[in-house]
Design a protein around this ligand. Sequence first.
Ligand SMILES: [Mn+2]
Length: 419
Amino acid sequence: MHRLAWLGLAAALWGQPFAGVPHSEYRSRRDALRESLKSGMLILFGNTEREHGELRSGFSQEPNFFYLTGWEEPGAILVMSPGEEALFVPRRDAERERWTGPKAAPEDPNIREVTGFDRVFATEEFEARLPELIRNASRIYTLTEAPAAGRLKALLPLRELTDIAAPLARLRMKKSPAELELIRRATAVTLEAHRAAWRRLAAGLFEYQLAATAAGVYFEAGCRRHAYAPIVASGPNALTLHYNANRRRIEPGELVLMDLGGECASYAADITRTVPAGGKFGERQRELYEIVLGAQRAVIAAVKPGMTLARSGPNSLHQIAVDYFNQHAKGPGGEPLGKYFTHGIGHHVGLEVHDAAEAARPLEPGMVITVEPGLYIPEEGIGIRIEDMVLVTEDGAEVLSAALPKEPAEVERALSKGG
Ligand SMILES: [Mn+2]
């Protein structure tokens, strides 16, 4: 990117807090989920400070809880029936606050404004209020696979718990305009992280140095976490799909696979490029790279409502990639390449990098997925993956990460200009 354009983008992205999603949107998400509750009662636990490793990575909210409430403080509980809803938050604890700072508390006069809930109670009262809350509930819904479900089972040993995961995933799969805005910003920042790593790329560097450069960009931009541990995989390390040790020195003539994503305002990005350390693809590297790129283009061209991320079936995007690879009989022994594509074609992205999804549900407008074909050929010590973030539209797809070069000539030009 030219210096001036870079400065313009920096002004637009840096030094500003990310805009939040208004309380009204969280409320409408809860209203949408109510349609699945019928006469049941949903009880959902947020993460607590202690169980969530706050020392290492800071507190982060349980994603489903965050999706429904927008509440980012620990120890909260959501209770929701078709007719009413309440949020439980912990009472003020001066000793805890001495360690982790001031928190909202149920006794605060502005607690309804701050939480967006008309009824707010103390978490400490939850167990005492529970029998009354569930008295008329035909069913109790919760996330039955979550660690906190054990607590509910212990409190209600005679009630069967019904899993809310699928209805919740169905809602989370379709992104709202406000969510898309945040995903676009996480994507834009992550593209700059890639570009910064490209500017620095050279044989002789350690992989962790490129990871540090890239992560520095998204942390500098105000993103609070890695969406996942950065993957900087040089040479044969690219054969390991989720390699993230990042300890190896990059050798001349190698490819470097960089799979990077910031989590910005709670939304993840997930973008991969595989680029030559010396600035130019070797002949065989380029041959395989163009096949991966061709497969990716074929899949992106096919993305539209009704297609699926399933491994097979008539509308399988995965199958399109496998077929493309198999039409190119250019493996080390001249065999078809399909068997060297050893993972799925993509996944939903949102609050989590591998976002909540109902398996095999066809794509709909407003969903955001990755398209990430790859070839991993141990006999040749080469791994190549190209991954973009893709928004499903009414009649096709929009590639959200299109601004980052991927044509070999464009990649080489960008590397020669220093990113
Ligand atoms: Mn991915």
